[in-house]
Design a protein. Structure first.
Length: 177
């Protein structure tokens, strides 16, 4: 098996990949546009592999902070489209069936209402005696064709949400229909 190394050469602003095996070394240089094409192709190849991506969300991950996003109503495709900009992977697209988009909307509304209730209580009580309420965190279990059945888990054990790191990214905000 070959040893593979990657790094960003800041002077040339290229990503360098070296494949080494015994006495042979191959060096490949990628521009940002070339790297975008290869990342997208690697994602398509990964999706085609027999071993699927884990259906269990990680306990923690590096999250993009306030990423740019846009949504579209895709009635002709039976769902709601969401695109989120990742600083490393580019624009990631998702389409949620109406019932899942509704669940997400309800959860976000509950979270916002709980946050407002918390702020009002903090204004009227000592901060030491008030804990921030958290609604049950929804998530999707992977199933046939990637849709599976929707479930919710208690916030204490909700993988993938509690452990978000500070991450990178930005340019947040929304553009809507």
């Amino acid at each position: 098996m070959a040893d593979v190394r990657y790094w960003h050469d800041q002077q040339s602003d290229l990503v360098i990949m070296q494949l080494s095996r015994e006495t042979d070394t191959i060096t490949v240089r990628f521009t940002s546009a070339q790297l975008d094409v290869h990342i997208a192709e690697m994602g398509r190849l990964r999706a085609a592999m027999r071993e699927p991506v884990s259906a269990t969300a990680p306990v923690s991950l590096e999250a993009q902070v306030n990423p740019a996003w846009t949504m579209s109503d895709q009635r002709e495709r039976q769902g709601v489209g969401l695109m989120v900009r990742h600083s490393g992977f580019g624009w990631l697209g998702f389409r949620f069936p109406d019932h899942e988009a509704q669940r997400i909307g309800h959860w976000l509304t509950e979270l916002y209402q709980n946050l407002n209730d918390y702020k009002r209580r903090v204004d009227s009580q000592s901060r030491a005696n008030v804990e921030s309420p958290r609604p049950t965190t929804p998530h999707r279990e992977a199933g046939p064709a990637g849709w599976g059945s929707g479930t919710a888990s208690s916030n204490a054990n909700s993988a993938g949400w509690q452990g978000f790191g500070s991450g990178t990214g930005g340019g947040g905000g929304a553009s809507g229909p």
